[in-house]
Write a protein that binds this ligand. Sequence first.
Ligand code: 7GP
Length: 831
Amino acid sequence: MLKKTVLQKFDKELFKNSVIYNVKTLYRKTLEEATQQQIFQAVAYAIKDVIVDNWMNTQKEYAKQDPKTVYYLSMEFLMGRALGNNLINLQAYNDVAEALEDLGIDINLVEDQEPDPALGNGGLGRLAACFLDSLTTMGYSAYGCGIRYRYGMFKQEIRDGYQIEVPDNWLADGNPFELRRPEYAKEVKFGGYVNVYVDENGRNNFKQEGYQSVKAIPYDMPIVGYGNGIVNTLRIWDAEPVECFQLESFDKGDYQKAVEQENLARNIVEVLYPNDNHYAGKELRLKQQYFFISASVQEAVEKYMRKHDDIRKFHEKVTFQLNDTHPTVAIAELMRILMDDYYLTWDEAWAVTTKTCAYTNHTIMAEALEKWPIELFSRLLPRIYQIVEEINRRFIAQVSQQYPGDQNKIAKMAIIYDGQVKMAHLAIVSGYSVNGVARLHTEILEKQELRDFYEMMPEKFNNKTNGITQRRFLLHGNPLLAQWVTDHVGNDWITDLSKISGLKIYAEDEKAQQEFMNIKYQNKVRLARYILEHNGVEVDPRSIFDVQVKRLHEYKRQLLNILHIMYLYNELKNNLQLEFYPRTFIFGAKAAAGYRNAKLTIKLINAVADVVNNDPSIGGKIKVVFIEDYKVSNAEWIFAAADVSEQISTASKEASGTGNMKFMLNGALTLGTMDGANVEIVEEVGMENTFIFGLSSDEVIRFENYGGYNPMDIFNNDPDIRRVLMQLINGTFAPYDTELFRPLYNSLLNTQSTSKADMYFILKDFKPYAEAQRRVEAAYRDEANWAKSAILNVACSGKFSSDRTIQEYVDDIWHLDKVVLPKRVEKPKAK
Ligand code: 7GP
């Protein structure tokens, strides 16, 4: 590649030459001959060249300053496309766009060639990606550690209204931004048994024998900080067989083992489990967890020991953040390495481990709690299991001492109980911090879900309300609004979102209101074009864009939304003269492949869309659109175009939500329940600039504790609701199969043997929701007032930057050192 780099002063000609050069050396083509994909690759390599310089420089500076480092351990990193984001953070987006234009290339088309690295399901994985952006922009030393899945989150196609899962071969054209680092490969061992040998010093040596192993190979992806020259690393591990298949093994009688090892390596990183907020208990999933954790922890320890000599002080330079319980085996793996490889005593190893590991909880949904059967856990990870048993034994002794004679405490708090290893308990007992992701969520953890632990160790508990990066979700996703914000308050908001509050004084300014609404309109036109291209549905950008995009889950209540649309349609049909402001209801959601009711809800949305969109009698007043394959890249456009943000989960169930914040930042008004971070959004922007409805979390929890409520009472007494429910089973939306939606009907009304009727209080909240929707319509008719509220939403979104969240993690949990790169002096050029 070309030698001279650094975009600090962007050299347009150099960049153009670099692209042309890359197309030539990579593909033996000229720009005119190259495909769009090849041009994307050439541009990406030109940018990578710049990034790598900054990357090396950053790592050199880290080596010098030796700052404390956080390892963010996560099964998921939902990064989204890198090219545009990297250009934004290099402050080179406009320059590069211009340079490409000179070459006759549209930067949007180039960006559109990049597959979304979808190594995550939803909120938890996207949060990890936002955190890496903030950590780097704020100058903290950080590694993201995860898995390089060959297949990320499946691509969703809608055929005949049904979701079809298509494999996401995101690496098909190669990933130009990554670097393979075979020199840091690690061996990870599975199975076998543990033998104890007494060594010459009289110490017990534990050795895992008869195991199978896999070689973990790291691939590094650069994380570019905004405007500061800092580049951190996302390290994702690929698996390879320890040795190539050798005929030799056959002779040794190890043929079977060689085949098995080869298969293990092939399978382990094959695919991301597509479950959000749900635990499936698959053996391969536990293998994935230990695979990337063992490799990451080994590397963290080795890296530390390359510069320090006392492993007992590991925690002074390193901290591990466990992104939910998925990486919790890190606790036992660190204990193992400290004791078995560095000969620390149990107490010494425990002292280090309990000051290194911290745990974030992301859900209270019971079905998401990880509990591994002992049989499986101990067979796969024999040495790790021994260590967990010992942690458990000591912890139980402690509980018995603190609560003498209270067997119930032990039953509720033990790490190993009922034949299962409870990962959340292990994380809480062995870590120094336990945090929830929004104030309400943390309160529920303390008072309900984790109450016993909170009572025993209150000092560990803390809240860290989630956040999002404004660099991707405003600066990149909504350039028009970003420019408008900058025109009014300057550009400090890009790295300090609290500055966006300067917009407040424009909320009542007529000119500002018009400009704002005009930008929103243009973004709606952009989305309408996308919808026409991808869905073949025409939508009117002058209608209210009412949007619910997130994973499909019963607790998120997309069903409430679509039932309400059915109700509105009935109202309109009853009275075609009804005053009705045209509305476009937009959905986007993937359902876990095995989640029947979720998939059926997608079908229902599409079935309703079919009828409503094609009924000329309602004059296009209601449109329903299901956007196929909701993902980070189209999300950026969707948030920018939304008027109404649907955040309608059953109160107490959504730990935080982060989409709610992205909508707010883009000036959509929240229609929601008092759940998760919605509570804090309302607190920031004021109730009057939101539409809040429904049961409170206390009310929901009270109902749950008293065995639910009876939805039949509502069904019997409310003809509107009854009509909508009957339409689920009388063929209104499925004339060819009247029974199609019966399972949804049953979930609301029938006390099936397995679950309670209407567990998520959809019928209970239905009328309050409809009433809130009427308020939305009335408010939208008053355009000036709507614009005021929308501007205030943008202006009050400062709290929800992930920069704020990260600073709180740093101050209260991690205690990292801030790194500042020395100003680089441009050397005078020799003549
Ligand atoms: C999600 C929560 O559902 C969401 O409310 C929150 O904003 C997000 O984490 C980030 O904290 N949880 C998951 O995605 C998930 O799978 C189970 O949690 C482990």
